[in-house]
Design a protein around this ligand. Sequence first.
Ligand code: HEC
Length: 249
Amino acid sequence: MASEDPLVSSGRALFGTPTLLGGQAAKAGLSCESCHINGRGNPHFLLSGVSAGPGTADVTNSFFSAARGNGRFDPVAIPDLAGPGKVSRDAQAKALEPFIRNLVVEEFGGEEPTPAVLDALAAYVRAIGRCDPDTQRGRNVGDQLRSIDDAMTGAALMTERGDRAGVRLSIAAMRHQLGLIAERYTERRADLLSASRALQMIGERDTAGLPVLLRWKDDFDKGLAQGLRRDEGRSLYDRARLQRALARQ
Ligand code: HEC
């Protein structure tokens, strides 16, 4: 959405990024989004040692963080984050920021998030609204490409705020989405991998800055992204193909 607050887009991208959580969660490819799909719950989330049954998780588990593990196995249902919830969503009260900071650092053993990163995550959580539970639909490549757009918006915003860590996380967000797309496009894996490598190099060069990243994004939008959209019917975003592939496993 062009009219969306860039802070919200940026937060949405970070919400889907395992690197934010660090530690075991990142190794397992888990992000906030794994438990709270589109900011909601996840009735299918099931991780041995963390869940009691589908849709539950123990976020004070030592699997995620040795520091915070409370030594008890006490999973609860993963909540829908559309407010109001236990934690006040009020922008003035600013209760979400420290809550999310503790989640990242204490529960998941991630690196200390910068103020700009926390700001973005809290803005996204506050923007999550209720929706009709019957409007579920399958994921398509457009969703993943939109997440890359969100992360690019985030990279620009973090650059504006002089937040290098935020830029790096936004680049990690884009690379994670490319990886998710690669799982569904066997024939495009090499192209996706090289796009991801190019991003990695941009992220590692501290002096690269936004213009280089914008150029990468422009090339991606005009090239690879178009091809992905065109070939979606031959990818595993196609339901019938996905089902056949899963049945073969
Ligand atoms: C492993 C699954 C899992 C992951 C990953 C996860 N959460 Fe949660 N989240 C939960 C569970 C379970 C609860 C409920 C905890 C409770 O009630 O004690 C929760 C609660 C919350 C709440 C409080 C909701 C309320 O009632 O006000 C917020 C906000 C939240 N999570 C945001 C996040 C953010 C942001 C991230 C990423 C940094 C994240 N979560 C990652 C499972 C998860």
